[in-house]
Every structure is written in structure tokens, then in C-alpha cells.
Design a protein around this ligand. Sequence first.
Ligand SMILES: *[C@@H]1O[C@H](CO)[C@@H](O)[C@H](O)[C@H]1NC(C)=O
Ligand SMILES: *[C@@H]1O[C@H](CO)[C@@H](O)[C@H](O)[C@H]1NC(C)=O
Ligand SMILES: *[C@@H]1O[C@H](CO)[C@@H](O)[C@H](O)[C@H]1NC(C)=O
Ligand SMILES: *[C@@H]1O[C@H](CO)[C@@H](O)[C@H](O)[C@H]1NC(C)=O
Ligand SMILES: *[C@@H]1O[C@H](CO)[C@@H](O)[C@H](O)[C@H]1NC(C)=O
Ligand SMILES: *[C@@H]1O[C@H](CO)[C@@H](O)[C@H](O)[C@H]1NC(C)=O
Ligand SMILES: *[C@@H]1O[C@H](CO)[C@@H](O)[C@H](O)[C@H]1NC(C)=O
Ligand SMILES: *[C@@H]1O[C@H](CO)[C@@H](O)[C@H](O)[C@H]1NC(C)=O
Ligand SMILES: *[C@@H]1O[C@H](CO)[C@@H](O)[C@H](O)[C@H]1NC(C)=O
Length: 274
Amino acid sequence: MSSVKWLIRLLLVFFLSHFSFSADTITLDHFIHDNNDEAIVSAGNIFALGFFSPGSSTNRYVGIWYYQIPVKTAVWVANRDNPINDTSGILRIDGRGNLALFQGNQTLPLWSTNISIAGSGNSFAQILDSGNLVLLQNDTGKAILWQSFGHPTNTWLSHMKIGFNLRTGVNQSYTSWKSPDDPGVGNYTFRMNPGVSPQMVLYKGSFPVWRSGTWTGIMWSGIPEMEQTLLFNHYFNDTDGELSFTSDTVNASLITRYVTNETGVTQRILWNAV
Ligand SMILES: *[C@@H]1O[C@H](CO)[C@@H](O)[C@H](O)[C@H]1NC(C)=O
Ligand SMILES: *[C@@H]1O[C@H](CO)[C@@H](O)[C@H](O)[C@H]1NC(C)=O
Ligand SMILES: *[C@@H]1O[C@H](CO)[C@@H](O)[C@H](O)[C@H]1NC(C)=O
Ligand SMILES: *[C@@H]1O[C@H](CO)[C@@H](O)[C@H](O)[C@H]1NC(C)=O
Ligand SMILES: *[C@@H]1O[C@H](CO)[C@@H](O)[C@H](O)[C@H]1NC(C)=O
Ligand SMILES: *[C@@H]1O[C@H](CO)[C@@H](O)[C@H](O)[C@H]1NC(C)=O
Ligand SMILES: *[C@@H]1O[C@H](CO)[C@@H](O)[C@H](O)[C@H]1NC(C)=O
Ligand SMILES: *[C@@H]1O[C@H](CO)[C@@H](O)[C@H](O)[C@H]1NC(C)=O
Ligand SMILES: *[C@@H]1O[C@H](CO)[C@@H](O)[C@H](O)[C@H]1NC(C)=O
């Protein structure tokens, strides 16, 4: 029984023109406050990070969405299981140098990048045109301390990986929302299984309900559609403790994402940004 459909939907989106300037960083001096409807926007106006309410919910979440699509389409959510019930949320760099979300004047964060940072107080967050939110060390090296691409929710953007790295402990899987109104952790998880023949597996709870088949060198054997499309590049990596898969579009003006939805359907959604 296959509950995964790899569909390609072509959406033509007429992009709106935005001329207002917004910073793309959150620094010690520049935080964002839900009350003022503040957000940060990537340099090329592709992605925004700020507060939103999904579907018909009134709860507030910090998320990343396509800046130029009028309906906020969240591709990542920070506090997915810890919503804020009012508009007092503040996203800022905390005293340890982490990016952290606070409700009003509470001292305990509802969500935080939660890593230990040497020389704290010297970091800042930036939203990139790829949709990756990065926490960077503010020095000449600008080392990435944390990135949202390493902590996926239900959406898989170009260059995001599914899989793991045994050396770094990174383990990236995708979990459905509870409902269109609730981005909380749902029942379906899409992840890479190791073994002699590694494959991508969709789980409902702890039960596997779909498998991709093995990697043939070109595609997953259970997804023959992959061979038919010339729109995407696929990258399978089984090297030195890393086992991962990622993709991008051949033409960068095609924008794509995979979403594992609440009923376990994983869809590839594609549109032409021109
Ligand atoms: C980085 O640090 C310098 C020197 O302290 C400061 O002037 C600058 O505003 C900081 N940049 C960010 C993005 O935090
Ligand atoms: C909103 O959340 C705060 C903090 O969790 C809680 O104290 C308060 O009772 C909640 N308010 C409502 C109307 O649910
Ligand atoms: C925290 O915020 C609440 C609601 O705005 C306010 O009543 C309270 O005085 C504040 N507490 C502090 C310590 O600022
Ligand atoms: C940060 O990590 C610690 C240790 O894993 C955990 O106990 C704590 O709840 C985390 N805090 C947040 C805000 O996620
Ligand atoms: C990745 O995490 C999942 C649980 O989220 C776990 O079942 C799996 O064994 C992990 N994979 C590796 C290689 O650690
Ligand atoms: C998850 O599965 C349980 C058990 O089948 C079910 O009761 C629950 O409604 C499901 N949750 C969602 C969000 O679909
Ligand atoms: C594949 O994984 C190895 C080990 O983590 C890494 O060094 C290499 O850069 C990866 N290759 C690609 C194309 O990402
Ligand atoms: C990418 O797509 C755009 C719009 O469809 C087109 O104008 C452009 O020529 C394409 N570029 C390549 C390298 O195919
Ligand atoms: C999940 O995707 C399928 C296929 O497009 C659709 O029929 C279904 O309504 C979607 N479920 C939700 C909850 O969005």
C-alpha cells in the first residue's frame, strides 16, 4: 500500500512587487516583535521570517514563508509545539548568544536554538534566499553555529537534506503537521533508513507505510517518475558516515518544495517564478 504520491503541480504565481526595505538579520540590537508585525526578509526578497497564524488558528508561531506569496505559506516553524496565545512574542538574541523566542516579558524561552556558544554575545541570525535561517558567529569567519536546514519540520526545500551524519550526529527527518491549523508534530515522519540498501521510509507513528526502494545511481527504484523529469538534480551521498539525499532545480527560476502533509502524502510542489 503506497500512501505517498509524488505529484508535480505547476503553479504560476504572479509575483507582487515589494519595495519596502527590511533587514535580513536579528542582532543584539535588532529583534523582532509580533506586536509590530515585524519580520526579516532575505536579501533577494525570497523568504521572510516572522510571526504567523496557520489556517484558522489564532495562535502565533515563528516561521519562514515565501515573501512574495500573499498567503503566508510556512516552510519551517520554530515553536511548532509551543504556540503563543497572544501577540506579545519577541524573537531575539539572548544572553547566551542563542536565537530565542519569548512570550512577553517571560524569562524562559518558548523556543531557542539552544546550543552552547563560545564567546557568547557575538552572534546574529540571518535569513538567506535559500530559506535557511542561520545563526552565525560575528567574526571574520562567520561560522555557522546553527541552521534551520538542520532542523526540518514538514517541508523539504532545495538543498535541504534527508538523512544523517554519524560523525556530526545530524539526523534530518520530516514530520507532518497535526492539521492545517496546527503545525505541531503530527503522525507521519519521512526519514532515511540505513542498512545494506539504504532507503527513504515514510512512517505512521513507528510503522513504516511506504519505502522509496533502493538508490539505483540515478533515482530511487520505487519512484520511476524521477527518471522522467529533467527539471531536477538529485544528489545521493553515502560517504564517510554520511547518508543523505537532496535535490535542486536545474533552472533556478523554478521553485520547488516537498511537503509531507497531515495524511502522509508527500508532494513535490513546483512553480515558475518568472
Ligand atoms: C558584529 O560586531 C561588530 C563589532 O562589535 C558590530 O559593529 C556589528 O554590528 C555586529 N554585526 C552583527 C550583524 O551583529
Ligand atoms: C496564554 O498563555 C499564558 C502563558 O502560557 C497563560 O498564562 C494564559 O493563561 C494564556 N491565556 C489564555 C487566554 O489562554
Ligand atoms: C510582564 O507583562 C505583564 C503583562 O504585560 C505585566 O502585567 C507585568 O507587570 C510585566 N512584568 C514585569 C516584571 O515587567
Ligand atoms: C535546551 O536544551 C536543554 C538540554 O537538552 C533542555 O533541557 C531545554 O529544555 C532546552 N530549552 C529549550 C528552550 O528548548
Ligand atoms: C534518526 O532519528 C530517528 C528518530 O527520530 C531514529 O529512529 C533513527 O535511528 C536515527 N537515525 C540515526 C542514524 O541515528
Ligand atoms: C494520529 O494517530 C492517532 C492514532 O491513529 C489518531 O488518534 C490521531 O488523530 C492522529 N493525529 C492526527 C493529527 O492525525
Ligand atoms: C558527502 O558527504 C561527505 C561526508 O559528510 C562530505 O564530506 C561531502 O562534502 C558530501 N558531498 C556532497 C556533494 O555534499
Ligand atoms: C530558466 O527559466 C527561465 C524562465 O522560464 C528562462 O527564461 C531561462 O532561459 C531558463 N534558463 C535556462 C538556463 O534554461
Ligand atoms: C494531502 O495531500 C493530498 C494529495 O494532494 C490531498 O488529497 C489531501 O487533502 C492533503 N491533506 C491535507 C490535510 O492537506
